[in-house]
Design a protein around this ligand. Structure first.
Ligand code: F0G
Length: 361
């Protein structure tokens, strides 16, 4: 049968699952790789830009790739409860996969700093939400300690099964394009995802006892951070991270060494962008390509556009940008950004509608 049943079944021979393992899946993965039409033309450079739209996963973010693996493993070990700290997407994903598995999810979130869509999901999936008077980094530290004091499995990306699931995004890109791209641009927060992509690209380009290399090409990895939460640019953790892109409001990334390895081994770079630049890229992508991602995701577009314009990414390149989450995650930021274009109300009358159209042609 060709019925798609999720990334574990698709890439089973490259993932740590046994034949008799009960798979917890919501048919995640298999997300579209969409070629941009208008933005490359606007930049005026001859480049192919593709977006890997991870916001089209079952809970609206790339986290589902890691969560199908982490929850599958937790259940196989007999775990009855999972826990994570989160800026919103990990918590939504953990809650959904725990619901699917019939186990409990506890999520630690920074009070008032998670986007409305993420909160709504997590409530609906019926996780136990613990808001803390503190940020993601403080939540992460608490989660690492609590696992010694309560019977809960950590499903943050420090759980190695998370990165195993997330590496499959690289497999899909190579399977789609027929080869690795030249450059891969993505947002960096806790730094799990850049580490997972690099793991995937390396695995597909390495001969092993069980697999011949699919390609010998690997992309240059370009990691972008919000200016107010940019520890990789500072070279050390930062104390009070702040950004409108709440998903990546993180000062002390857990996958520090792995992300630097991706940077160094691929010959890549890190850069940072202001909140204004992030929101401008988010609007541009929605307005000119019809693709609505959340603010944190748009930083990969901001980065790719800047580095293509400057020539750092040369003409003739094939570039993939990961769009980590869907725009509906954070409706408040979107509506606020478009406040100037708020809808006008008219009489429910044909001539008034006609005027509203003709005035705006
Ligand atoms: N984009 C989005 C939409 C995210 O939610 C995250 C991380 C990232 C990018 C950064 O990925 O942490 O692997 O470098 N969100 C986590 C969460 C921290 O709790 O949902 P990363």
């Amino acid at each position: 049968s060709t019925h798609y049943t999720g990334l574990i079944n698709r890439y089973r021979d490259r993932l740590p699952v046994k034949d008799n393992t009960r798979i917890i899946s919501l048919n995640e993965g298999n997300t579209p790789l969409i070629k941009l039409n208008n933005i490359p033309r606007m930049i005026g450079k001859d480049v192919d830009i593709y977006v890997k739209f991870e916001g089209l996963n079952p809970t609206g973010s790339f986290k589902d790739r890691g969560m199908t693996m982490a929850i599958t493993q937790a259940v196989s070990e007999g775990s009855k409860a999972v826990i994570c700290a989160s800026t919103g997407n990990t918590s939504a994903s953990a809650a959904a996969y725990a619901a699917r598995a019939g186990i409990k999810a506890f999520v630690l979130i920074p009070d008032g700093k998670i986007a409305m869509g993420k909160l709504a999901q997590t409530l609906m999936y019926d996780a136990t939400i613990i808001q803390i008077n503190g940020n993601f980094d403080q939540g992460m530290n608490l989660v690492k300690e609590i696992a010694d004091h309560a019977p809960v499995t950590i499903v943050n990306s420090i759980n190695p099964y998370r990165l195993q699931g997330q590496k499959t995004a690289s497999f899909e890109i190579i399977d789609d394009l027929g080869d690795a791209p030249d450059y891969h641009c993505l947002p960096v927060g806790n730094a799990g995802n850049i580490s997972a992509y690099w793991m995937g690209y390396k695995e597909y380009s390495t001969d092993t006892a069980t697999h011949k290399a699919v390609t010998h090409k690997r992309p240059v990895m370009c990691g972008y951070q919000a200016a107010g939460a940019a520890p990789f640019l500072a070279g050390h953790p930062v104390e009070n991270p702040e950004t409108v892109a709440t998903a990546i409001r993180i000062g002390n990334p857990q996958s520090w060494d792995l992300a630097w390895a991706a940077h160094n081994e691929s010959g890549g770079w890190f850069d940072k962008f202001s909140d204004d630049e992030i929101l401008t890229a988010q609007k541009l992508l929605a307005q000119y390509e019809g693709i609505f991602c959340e603010p944190a995701s748009a930083i990969s577009i901001a980065g790719a556009m800047q580095d293509i314009k400057s020539g750092k990414i040369p003409e003739g390149s094939k570039v993939v940008c990961t769009l980590t989450g869907v725009g509906l995650k954070d409706p408040d930021t979107a509506i606020k950004q478009c406040a100037a274009a708020h809808p006008v109300t008219i009489e429910a009358e044909l001539n008034a509608v006609k005027k509203a159209i003709l005035d705006n042609m």
